[in-house]
Design a protein around this ligand. Structure first.
Ligand code: 2AM
Ligand code: CA
Length: 259
């Protein structure tokens, strides 16, 4: 299949700019909050409304594409053939509800299983991280350089709070070898930090829409995106992933106890 990655990139940037504007303008006044699987698994009217809007725009522009998304307006996608869009309308919903910042909206695009273009908007800062291997990476219009391949001892690491607290896979051993530990509550916000070299690793249990856009861009920036047990990443399932500089991911995989 022939696709124009520059055109898709442009489409994603326009779309996320519109999403960001809408969320900044109406969200606080008209928000209603519900729970999903447990009391800390939140969904708002804006998660749903945004996904419906984004998925509609994707179907209009790319009718042949399939969509994997969080809130139920996507398709039942069984394989990665053709053009697949992954949509997380609001990433970091808890931050959105409780803090009003540090949340993102993300879209990742794959072609026949290969990462193509990713885009993440830090909504309140109005910064859009976007691009891919073919066209390079940008924050809004500004190109970004690949982060340095730092080792664990020289960088800050992000680990999901539940994993760090339960010391899953002895992850605290990895944290102790690093410069320090940070928790932000939004995968999208953290991918921005990785892409700009502010942090060197992120480990979490991520759903396909949490990972898709960040994976495209982190791989394009020369970082490694690995599953904890060395199996290939499955974009149609949730899994524990480690994203980081080549050096850090290899050190982390040696340090973690996976059995
Ligand atoms: P969300 O806000 O889109 O649900 C920290 O909570 C990060 O992990 C957020 O990016 C959040 O995305 C995601 N997350 C929270 N609970 C999750 C779960 N059970 N499975 C996968 N990702 C989750
Ligand atoms: Ca979400």
């Amino acid at each position: 299949m022939q696709v124009d990655s520059r055109e898709i990139d442009h489409f994603l940037v326009q779309l996320l700019a519109e999403v960001g504007k809408g969320l900044r303008e109406d969200s606080i006044k008209k928000m209603s909050v519900d729970t999903k699987k447990n009391r800390n698994d939140l969904v708002t009217n804006f998660d749903k409304k945004t996904e419906k809007f984004v998925n509609g725009k994707i179907k209009e522009a790319y009718p042949e594409a399939t969509i994997v998304s969080e809130e139920g307006y996507g398709d039942l996608v069984k394989d990665m053939s053709g053009l697949v869009f992954f949509v997380d309308p609001i990433d970091g919903t808890m931050n959105f509800v409780k803090r009003g910042d540090n949340f993102a909206s993300m879209i990742g695009v794959y072609i026949d299983g290969e990462p193509l273009i990713g885009a993440i908007i830090d909504v309140m800062d109005n910064e859009i991280y976007h691009g891919g291997k073919e066209i390079g990476l940008f924050i809004n219009e500004e190109p970004i350089d690949d982060p340095k391949n730092l080792p664990l001892v020289e960088g800050l690491v992000d680990v999901s709070a539940p994993m760090a607290l339960s010391n899953k896979f002895s992850v605290q051993d990895v944290i102790k070898k690093s410069s320090g530990f940070r928790v932000y509550g939004s995968a999208g916000i953290i991918f921005g930090h990785l892409l700009t070299g502010k942090e060197v690793m992120y480990m979490s249990y991520l759903a396909p829409w949490d990972l898709a856009a960040g994976r495209v861009m982190c791989e394009a920036a020369g970082m490694n995106v690995a599953s904890i047990d060395g199996t290939p990443i499955n974009m149609l399932e949730s899994q524990v992933v480690i994203v980081g500089t080549q050096k850090v991911v290899s050190e982390a995989l040696k340090t973690l106890k996976t059995r």
